[in-house]
Design a protein around this ligand. Structure first.
Ligand code: ATP
Ligand code: MG
Length: 354
């Protein structure tokens, strides 16, 4: 492994940009898909409003965080401002309402970790999951969407990584691999750590890691005060959200998508310290397992790959990973890194179904 550590980026890496960009472009949802999502949301709002006039519906997940590929399901959160509600009762009632309005495959999953109603809209052909009061997900969706507007390379990288993870079967939390949300956090962390940095840390109020290193690796980003702040489930979610002011942030780093894909996979294959590191986009740095007290298994949380949630900081997105699936994951990272290093057509081999 020590030899692989020193891998240099292949000399023909520039040749790989066009094919990777073409894959990225092919995954972007067309405008008419957005219009159909809107149409379905409007219908749902009308139905929900009759029963719960004060309630609001929010889109969250990949249909709203800009990391959604074409033909994804949509995630909707029904927000009812009443702490006394019984979620199961609301879900069952909601399922009734939807069914009588001809929505199809309506199913209330009241015992799931995140209880939801599933449905399919025959008019738009879109499938949708509705949860109740999962506002942290709505807020982390906004954070991801804000990061995506700073530098297009985040969206490019995340689309490629998500596409790879789906094709290779490592995007299945019920099988111990990682969620799409976790992969996007890994991409954000990775771009925060490039030198010069490609992304800032939006939750760090004033100091953001940046070059030149002669300034101790830190430089003051003007106006990184917390311009957005909400409290959800007793957690303060606050960060700088005027991202239109940060559009030039990454411009001193000229790395292209092929270099970033190469380096992302070699980081997770050969450079990340699985034994002691926690990635944290909240702080824009690596934390130690020690300081998070994530050193031993508690219940089902094994902390074999540690990804701190940006708001729910006690939550490790890697907790679904067990001693079998960590092996699968790391072998897949190594496979991808080796393909990026040696394969003449990595844009084909990378996405071969497992
Ligand atoms: P996909 O395109 O694969 O559907 P997605 O971003 O919608 O990607 P989901 O797994 O459907 O991913 O999750 C939907 C949203 O729920 C995420 O974007 C995130 O806001 C939230 N979420 C998912 N998993 C977690 C988690 N473990 N902790 C906190 N929030 C989560
Ligand atoms: Mg989703």
């Amino acid at each position: 492994r020590s030899l692989k550590w020193q891998l240099q980026c292949r000399s023909d890496i520039g040749r790989l940009n066009a094919p990777f960009l073409a894959i990225y472009e092919s995954l972007i949802p067309p405008e008419e898909e957005k219009a159909k999502q809107k149409q379905l949301l409007t219908l749902l709002e009308k139905l929900v409003c009759r029963e719960w006039p004060e309630a609001r519906l929010y889109l969250y997940g990949s249909c709203a965080n800009s990391f959604g590929v074409s033909k994804s399901d949509i995630d909707v959160c029904l927000a009812i401002d009443d702490s006394d509600i019984n979620k199961s009762e609301v879900l069952l009632k909601l399922a009734d309402i939807l069914e009588s309005d001809n929505l199809q495959n309506v199913q209330a999953l009241t015992r799931a970790r995140v209880p939801i109603v599933k449905l399919m809209d025959p008019v738009t052909g879109i499938s949708c999951d509705i949860c109740i009061n999962n506002l942290l997900a709505v807020v982390n969706t906004k954070l991801l969407q804000d990061y995506a507007q700073i530098d297009v390379r985040l969206r490019q990288l995340a689309f490629i990584v998500k596409h790879w993870a789906k094709k290779r079967g490592v995007n299945e939390t019920y099988q111990g691999t990682l969620s799409s949300y976790a992969y996007v956090l890994m991409c954000i962390h990775f771009l925060q750590q490039r030198r010069p940095a490609i992304l800032p840390c939006l939750q760090n109020s004033a100091l953001t890691p940046h070059s030149p290193p002669s300034w101790g690796g830190l430089c003051l980003i003007q106006g990184m005060e917390k311009t957005y702040s909400v409290i959800v489930d007793d957690i303060e979610c606050a960060y700088f959200d005027q991202v239109e002011k940060l559009r030039d942030f990454g411009s001193r780093n000229g790395e292209t998508i092929a270099q970033l894909v190469w380096s992302f996979f070699s980081y997770w294959a050969y450079r990340h310290d699985y034994a002691s590191s926690v990635i944290s986009i909240r702080t824009g740095s690596i934390k130690s397992k020690q300081e998070k007290d994530w050193t031993r298994r508690i219940g089902n949380d094994r902390h074999l790959i540690c990804i701190e949630d940006p708001f729910e900081t006690s939550h490790d997105l890697g907790r679904v990973v067990d001693k079998f699936s960590i092996k699968v994951l790391r072998e897949e990272f190594e496979r991808a890194a080796d393909i990026m290093q040696y394969d003449p057509n990595p844009w084909v081999a990378l996405f071969e179904p497992y």
